[in-house]
Design a protein around this ligand. Structure first.
Ligand code: G3P
Ligand code: CA
Length: 377
């Protein structure tokens, strides 16, 4: 079922300060209204690198599945190829998620940005998934290519029944001077910097058609400033991190010296240095046009995407008190969905859009398996 925003509800929300939310947990009306005013679903389902639990991250299989499940946003990490094309890849290097070591052995450790688009397109970005997750492997994942932003936009627009928005991170933006302007130019060229009035139903706007159809996100303060300069009307989130490049930490003990059993346990011990440090980041975000923050969370089961607990009640309250939203990354399990909703977050980045949609009582009408097969995987 597509998430729609009745124009009249949106207007009323803006005028009266009320919101039309559809959460399993009761959301705070003022945050629902704030989200609604920006055209952002509340709570939002942000498909992290697509439906990346079930298909290779940032590939067509992953993004089409997230779209067809009914996710509100397709999340991506934006980089720029050597010849200037915007594409989606999380890691700086191609080693983890492609066969670069076979195709370009001498350049295997080079950053992805050192490759032309034609070179990137020769890589197999799907087979690694089959090896890493044999229980979720599919023959059709073999050979899936890296995608350009243009191709992801095509996917977002490709299902008339549900048009998700785009949630775009400038990844390591200091590597890519001018990427904020490149992004603005591409989104403008594709007509994504203004709302679309649905021809099918003139009374409603889907997520990918309204004001919040694009969300911009970054860990880098300087990139937030540039995004705000280039796209002042587009909602932005400042991602939060503790340590290098982020908030000052309450400890300078390294992972190696910490005695922690793994990175997740190490991160879970770290906190912002003090409340003033956290508040300084909120103030910077607000002053530079962010409509919210993207804090990390410590996951119940740990794992590679378990970081610092930055969704403590006082943190969320402080963010809301400044009139900003909280979109937490990256949760996959109902136990963590519940913990996050109980402390008042306004949206969740997830690798398992199917599970989060169920949790929010917005289940897809078809199974993951059915949708993957429907899309030829
Ligand atoms: O963009 C939010 C979340 O994706 C941040 O973590 O490292 O997965 O990009 P990462
Ligand atoms: Ca990201």
């Amino acid at each position: 079922m597509p998430v729609t925003f009745a124009k009249s509800t949106l207007l009323l929300s803006l005028l009266l300060g009320i919101g039309g939310a559809h959460a399993a947990s009761a959301p705070d009306a003022s945050e629902a209204a704030l989200a609604s005013a920006h055209g952002i679903p509340h709570p939002a389902v942000i498909a992290h690198r697509g439906a990346s639990f079930d298909a290779p991250e940032s590939t067509a299989a992953s993004y089409k599945l997230a779209r067809d499940l009914g996710a509100d946003y397709l999340e991506m990490d934006l980089q720029r190829s050597k010849d200037g094309v915007l594409f989606a890849l999380h890691d700086n290097s191609l080693l983890r998620t492609t066969d670069v070591a076979q195709k370009f052995p001498e350049r295997k450790d080079s950053p992805a940005s050192a490759f032309t688009l034609a070179e990137l397109k020769t890589l197999d970005a799907g087979s690694w998934f089959n090896q890493a997750y044999p229980d979720r492997a599919r023959p059709a994942y073999v050979g899936l290519p890296i995608l350009t932003l243009d191709e992801i936009i095509d996917i977002a627009q490709g299902n008339p029944q549900h048009k998700p928005g785009l949630y775009i991170e400038t990844k390591e933006p200091k590597q890519f001077p001018g990427i904020e302007r490149d992004l603005k130019n591409k989104l403008g060229e594709r007509g994504w910097l203004k709302p679309v009035v649905s021809t099918a139903d003139k009374g409603t706007l889907q997520t990918g058609e309204g004001k919040g159809r694009v969300m911009l996100q970054t860990f880098e303060k300087s990139s937030l400033e540039l995004l705000q300069k280039e796209m002042p009307e587009t909602p932005k989130i400042l991602l939060l991190w503790v340590g290098e490049g982020g908030m000052a930490a309450n400890s300078s003990v390294s992972f190696a010296d910490s005695g922690a059993k793994d990175k997740a346990a190490y991160y879970a011990r770290l906190q912002p240095r003090d409340k003033a440090e956290f508040m300084q980041w909120l103030d910077f975000a607000k002053a530079n046009g962010a409509i919210g923050t993207g804090p990390s969370a410590a996951l119940t089961a740990g794992g590679a995407q378990s970081y610092f607990d930055l969704i403590q009640p006082w943190m969320n309250q402080a963010t809301h008190d400044k009139g900003m939203l909280v979109h937490v990354y990256t949760l996959d399990e109902p136990v963590d969905f519940k913990k996050a909703m109980d402390v008042g977050v306004d949206g969740i980045f997830t690798n398992r859009a199917s599970e989060l949609l169920k949790y929010y009582q917005r289940p897809a009408t078809k199974s993951v398996n059915q949708l993957l097969e429907q899309n030829g995987y």
